[in-house]
Design a protein around this ligand. Structure first.
Ligand code: ZN
Length: 119
């Protein structure tokens, strides 16, 4: 496994590496089916993953860490709710994960990692 320690290069875009997905927080404009006043667009926040090396957006691989299947409406229904840890990261004041803004959360495949090199 020693050969795996390679220097990380910021400019690598092509996937010549095994993606190293780490949790992060995404912020994006709330998707609305109605045309709302552009200036009043709310931001939504969600937990996601991105590749530390190239910025590729991945899928959540430790789903149970962030979401819990919880009863609602007196146990008649169930829905996914954020876990305590997820809520900690969603809240800006207590967040420890890096945050990325998505201009197009449906189609965007990469985030810019130029400014988030250090932890
Ligand atoms: Zn990658």
């Amino acid at each position: 496994m020693a050969y795996k320690k390679r220097a990380r290069r910021k400019s690598v875009i092509k996937a010549d590496h095994k993606h190293d997905y780490q949790p992060c927080v995404f912020e994006y404009k709330r998707i609305s089916y109605f045309k709302v006043n552009e200036q009043e667009t709310d931001l939504d926040t969600s937990i996601g993953t991105y590749c530390l090396i190239c910025g590729k957006i991945g899928s959540i691989n430790d789903f149970e860490r962030w979401m819990v299947w919880a009863p609602t409406h007196n146990g008649k229904c169930f829905r996914y709710e954020y876990t305590t840890e997820a809520n900690t990261e969603i809240t800006p004041e207590t967040r420890t994960l890096p945050t990325f803004f998505l201009n197009d959360m449906l189609r965007q495949k990469f985030v810019s990692i130029e400014n988030s090199d250090g932890l």
